[in-house]
Ligand binder design. Sequence first.
Ligand code: HEM
Length: 495
Amino acid sequence: MTDFYTQGPAIVGVSLVLGVCAYQLISRDKAPRNSQPPGPRGLPFIGSALDVNPADPSSTFVEWERKYGELIRCRHFGRDLFIINSERIAQDLFERRSRIYSDRAGFSALEPYGVLFNVGMVQYGDTWRMHRKLMNGLMRRAAIPNHHDSMTNGARILVSRLKYSPERHLEHYDGYAASSIMHIVYGHDLEKDQEEIVQVLSQTASCFVEKTSDAFVALVNMFPLLKYVPAWFPGGAKFNAAKSRETISSLVSTLYGMLLRQAPEARSSYHVCAAIFVGKVETRSPTYVNADIAVPLAGGLETTSSMLSIFVMAMMLFPEAQKRAQAEIDRVLKGRPPTFEDRSSLPYVEAVMREVMRWGPVVPLGVPHCALEDDVYEGYFIPQGTVLIAHAGSMLRNSVRYPNPEKFYPERFLNEDGSLNNEDMGYVFGFGRRICPGRYLADASVWIAMVSILAELDIKPAVDDDGNELVFKPEWIHALTSRPKPFPCCIFPRI
Ligand code: HEM
């Protein structure tokens, strides 16, 4: 039933409409109203799509939570959509019943756009397992310390770039994220080819984020002919499928060529987990390798870089937290540069990192899971094909768990004696078998970048010609990931 919308009938508009009617009749039989969680009623076919704020879906779900509670059901373009606002329910379904809830929503309308090799979108099954096994191996917790030195070095380069050209700070976060992932996953040090790779990567990451947005998927599902809109037509570049495939294959061929060039070197290097992988490159087709080489990069670049820009914005907006973190660093480090060995001695810096993750979540909607079969949970019927969103945006604003949740307040993660409490919000990386495989890498690379920036730089609001601080209100770009709109700020060496 899931594929009914997105495969054959999606090509012919009339069949789509008929299919939708049939689906609604069938699903009504299977899911009697009285066994559904509460939620907005919505309109025929589009369901509640028009009630969701397209610029910030998470804010709508937060409002709905106040009205309907922790588990909400709505219809969305002919499908059942469940929004889960509690960690307990997400764990019950995605972890305790992971056999049922580890699939992804059918994205087959995106097939022509060349983005479906992304392991994050692959349906649950053998192909997904194979890619996932490789990624878990490369980025497992125990493998990350092997890369601490290179990350520390990368963070120092980031700081020097921020000193040299602070006005390009957003680009520098991309460069840092790309170089740490390139080193870890592929054993490649980004130096000479940095600009080329970062540029291709950023384009690919934007392409993924744009194509996987809810609105884009709904539009191409409804109007499959959009994929043929010429790229030169106003707005056409976004929908033109050939253009999208071109962007993706440019990344893949750049990385594939690079991997082949350095394969012999990589095999002899101890720390290159990628050696195992590179050994396979020569025997596997470029298409097959796509998933392994492009995905960690595109996914990891966008998220890591977004989190660093949120951190810098938060430090600009909340100078007290910045000063307190710097005071802790000065006390512990006494002027020397930070290393990973210092992490456990810097609880306030850790609390700042957690508060950044909570206050400005990078993936507030998670990545939707999909039910592989009919299920019943706490008396509610969940039909096969239901799309389920574990809405971290609501969990992170739970006022019982995080009193006064709108406030940026790192102290909420500290015990009275100043040590860290147990609230580590691991759920921002998702749930169950689909949990983010890059979480340990992200945690380490963001931490060393943050602490290095705090140790050496001051972050303040931008000023006008007369030296007055500009009034600043954060604005966000919400797609699959969330990040601040480009913002000016003053970054300069601490004195
Ligand atoms: C701040 C950083 C990051 C955050 C907040 C984040 C968050 C997430 C979330 C919420 C999911 C969906 C989990 C689910 O379906 O339940 C996910 C999936 C994924 N993430 Fe991350 N992520 C981050 C960094 C990274 C990095 C650095 C990489 C790789 C280098 C990465 C690679 C992936 C991949 C490949 C998936 C898809 C997994 C699958 O579908 O099996 N992420 N991430």
